[in-house]
Design a protein around this ligand. Structure first.
Ligand code: RUQ
Ligand code: CUA
Ligand code: CA
Length: 640
């Protein structure tokens, strides 16, 4: 077990070698300590293998052993998690639980995950449902920097942060004063300090307007309902400030210079009934002047609402009519728009019309001109409003000047050229801005292209999230999967490459080059203050009724073969996995105590429970780790 990884046998093979030789060693009764000489892999899967840099065929099908060239981060929808895909194959590699418990990793079971998810005073989880829609990652110099991704929970207005080194959720923040938190986008740099060329804020738009405070006393006063746009600190995950607005927020976009954020609005009417929300012919794309908002907060020009201490500035139309002091600008766009996306050249935001067959192109320098008093009407920042087809929703980009918009009602993707659309809108009716159309199956919502909303948009792959799959897959009962379709956009014509069923229901996703991530494949013990660093530190430590059980795992054994508790003990069990080899994960289940979780190499987790059921309980390893995996058990005795 002391051979060093070679180029021909990359570190990723550590576990296979381990399994082969450790099985023999284990069966022969030889100790396994030598295995820890196997070097933990530092930089992991991305880019270390000899896999060719492309799909083997136009279907996106990769040969066995070939690695994908792109990562995809997908929202899981109401499974409340984030999914990690490899592209172009479309293979799902893992799911990262954040808002909803997960029985594999023990998310919502372990003390560490419960602390992130949030608990009630009795220790139970505060929420066990979630509805994730939008995933976005942190930026540096206009491209993803591999630090973080963020994802929203629409149901309980929470934002989760995923560390992209370990692919785990490390913080969750609940936004105050709002409901229906939907759009999310990190800033791409600081609006004033040029040295800060990376993400420090995440903007969050909330859809539903509610009475403020929402205490059940003012449900009838619907014209006093408001929603807010929130700014969350990327590092601390505290809510820095909020903006009170008219209308609602739907999706969110940010400019490459850090100066502007925007949200599209489908309900400027402020309707609380279905028909009221579609009354107006035009709604809005609402812009936020980030630097001015932060100045206003600094100057104390804010209020607070309910029990929250978060400063709230006034971004309503009435309070922001003077461009020289305005914090916000409402640009009129038709009708119930959905989606606002930033073009990779940094020039435009594009709103899709949904109930209007158009897309509206807004030039950002002109929006800034309005704020500077150099443009008399902010609506003059609209440089194109062109027909695309029925039900336009979301837009992606190829970095060659083309936009790709989903047409929900037409079940199509339309490829159109932004510069030609602007020419056409400007009066040149010979400008043919529609380049291509392709049928998709069926009713597409989200769309994204490889590297789309970065300065490195590369125009290779386009993925379309089709909301209905009808007859595209084997029938499997009334719940149909959705259909994620992959399209090759490297040529003039779009080419459909593959259908992929996914369990409901992903919304948005991002696709980026695998080189941008350097995941760590093994933890370090020091990351866990409660680690049990040596099997000799294992044992049962009692202080009255409070009992700590500390143990380690090292294939194929737990450090405690048995331990004894008394009925009624308040137990905290801490488990550190001392195995150092990549992919050597153990699980720990406690029958009848509703406990299961895994520990990855060098990881520590803990669970707390009351030993209220007397008897003998076989704790066992739930994650296949070794030829003697079945034998990997510990006997928990709870005395009556
Ligand atoms: S929304 S189908 Cu939740 Cu992203 Cu547009
Ligand atoms: Cu340890 Cu299976
Ligand atoms: Ca409307």
């Amino acid at each position: 077990m002391n051979e060093k990884p070679t180029a021909a046998a990359p570190e990723g093979l550590g576990r296979r070698r381990f399994l082969n030789s450790a099985a023999v060693a284990g069966l022969a009764g030889v100790g396994l300590a030598a295995c820890s000489e196997d070097k933990p892999a530092a930089a992991g899967a991305a880019g270390t293998s000899a896999a060719p840099a492309g799909a083997s065929s136009s279907s996106g099908h990769l040969k066995p052993g070939e690695l994908d060239t792109y990562y995809g981060l997908w929202s899981g929808g109401h499974t409340g998690d984030m999914r990690v895909l490899g592209l172009p194959s479309g293979r799902e590699i893992t799911r990262i639980p954040c808002f909803v418990p997960d029985a594999l990793v023990g998310w919502g079971i372990t003390n560490e995950s419960k602390a992130i998810m949030g608990t009630k005073p009795n220790g139970d989880l505060r929420y066990t449902v979630g509805d994730t829609h939008h995933v976005h990652a942190s930026y540096k110099d206009g491209n993803y920097d591999g630090r973080y991704a963020w994802i929203n929970d629409k149901i309980n207005s929470r934002i989760a942060r995923i560390r992209l080194d370990y692919f785990t959720c490390d913080k969750i923040t609940e936004l105050p004063n709002v409901q229906g938190f939907h759009g999310i986008f990190p800033d791409k740099r600081d609006p004033v300090d040029p040295a800060i060329n990376y993400t420090t804020r995440v903007f969050c738009g909330a859809e539903f307007h509610v009475p403020l405070p929402n205490d059940g006393k003012a449900a009838d006063k619907t014209d006093a309902y408001r929603t807010m746009f929130s700014c969350v600190d990327a590092e601390t995950m505290d809510v820095r400030w909020q903006v009170l607005i008219d209308g609602n927020c739907d999706l969110t976009a940010t400019s490459y210079d850090g100066k502007l954020a925007a949200t599209n609005q489908y309900n400027v009417e402020g309707g609380v009934k279905f028909a009221d929300m579609m009354a107006a012919e035009r709604d809005a794309c609402l812009f936020f002047h980030v630097a001015r908002i932060e100045e206003a907060v600094k100057a104390g020009k804010f209020k607070t609402y309910g029990g929250s201490k978060v400063p709230v500035v006034d971004g309503t139309r009435k309070a922001n009519e003077d461009p020289k002091t305005a914090l916000t600008a409402y640009i009129s766009v038709p009708k119930n728009p959905h989606g606002v996306n930033a073009s990779p050249d940094g020039k435009y935001f594009i709103c899709a019309g949904k109930l209007s067959p158009t897309a509206t192109v807004i030039e950002l320098t002109k929006v800034l001109d309005w704020f500077d008093g150099k443009l008399d009407k902010v609506d003059k920042a609209i440089v194109a409003e062109v027909e695309l087809g029925l039900g336009p929703l979301h837009t992606a980009f190829d970095g060659r000047g083309n936009a790709y918009t989903t047409l929900f009602l037409d079940s199509q993707v339309v490829k159109w050229n932004v510069a030609d659309a602007i020419k056409f809108h400007g009066g040149d009716k010979t400008a043919k801005y529609v380049v291509d159309r392709i049928d998709v199956h069926f009713q597409p919502g989200h769309i994204n292209a490889s590297q789309s909303e970065t300065t490195k948009a590369d125009g290779k792959y386009l993925c379309v999230g089709c909301k209905f799959s009808k007859d595209r897959f084997l029938p499997a009962g009334p719940l149909h999967p959705e259909n994620e379709q992959l399209i090759d956009i490297s040529g003039d014509k779009m080419v459909l490459m593959a259908d992929h069923p996914v369990r409901g229901e992903p919304h948005d996703f991002i696709i980026f080059k695998r080189e941008l991530l350097r995941p760590k494949m093994v933890y370090t013990l020091d990351e866990f203050p409660n680690a049990v660093k040596d099997p000799k530190d294992s044992g049962v430590f009692r202080k009255g009724k409070k009992v700590e059980v500390r143990m380690t795992s090292l294939a194929p054994a737990f450090s405690l073969t048995e331990f004894t508790l008394k009925r009624g003990d308040e137990v905290t069990l801490t488990l550190t996995n001392l195995d150092k080899i990549q992919d050597l994960t153990h699980g720990l289940a406690i029958p009848k105590y509703n406990i299961n979780f895994i520990v990855n190499p060098q990881e520590t987790k803990s669970v707390s429970f009351i030993a209220d059921q007397p008897g003998v309980f076989w704790l066992y390893c739930t994650h296949f780790c070794h030829a003697l995996h079945l034998e990997m058990r510990s006997r928990m005795i709870v005395e009556a």
